[in-house]
Ligand binder design. Sequence first.
Ligand code: DX5
Ligand code: ZN
Length: 224
Amino acid sequence: MKSIKLSASILAANFMQMGNEVDAAINGGADWIHVDVMDGVFVPNITLGIPFVEGVKKISSAPLDVHLMIVQPERHVAAFIEAGAEILTVHCENNPNIHSILTEIQRLGAKPAVALNPGTPAEMVEPLLPFVDMVLVMTVNPGFGGQKFISHTLKKIRTIRNWIDEARLKVDIQVDGGINEETIRLCSEAGANIFVAGTSIFRNPVGYGRAVRSLREAAKSAAR
Ligand code: DX5
Ligand code: ZN
C-alpha cells in the first residue's frame, strides 16, 4: 500500500498562536505542515511569504510542504528552499517553463511537485510525471480555506494514478481543498495518498489528535 500522509494546512490555524498550533498539529499526528503562499495575482487572496516559512521551520519538527500560488514562481523557489521548504509545489497554469522550474527545485535539494487547478486538464501534467515527487490535484479553486470539495476532480485523480502506475513511477498524489472524513475516502479510493486538511483539523471541535486519527483511518480504509 502507498504511504498515507496528512499535511496540516496552517491557513486555518490561529495566526496569533502559530507556534502552539504547529506543535499541536504535529503532536496530534500530522505528518507534514502545509504552507499556502498566495500573491493576490495568481489567486485573489494574499497570505504568507518567505520570512514566515523561515519562522515555522525553526519550530517545526515535521517537513514543510510549501504550496506556491504565485506568478513567476521561478523567481522565488531558491529563497523558499533556503527558508526551509522540503516539498515545494508550483502550479502548471500559465507556466511555460514549468519543467525547468521543477528540475531546478530538485537540483536545489527539495522535492518538486506540480499542482493543477480544477479547471486544468490532467494532460497538462502527464509529460512532467518523470520529473516530480508529487502531483497536487486541487479539489477546490485555490485562494481560500473552507471551500466545498469539487467531486468532478476525482476523475482526474484516477487518470493520473493510472498513468503513474502504468509507467511504474513512484509519484505521490496529493489533494487539497475541502478534505474531510467523507471526501478523503473518495480521494483515497481514486488513488490519492497525501491529504491536505485545514478546516477539518484546525477548526474541528474534537481536537487535532482525534481529527488526524479519523482522517487517517478513513483514508486507509478506502485505499486501493
Ligand atoms: C486553498 C489552499 C488550501 C486550503 C485548504 O487555496 O491551497 O491548502 O488551506 O483548506 P481546507 O482544508 O479548509 O479546504
Ligand atoms: Zn494548499
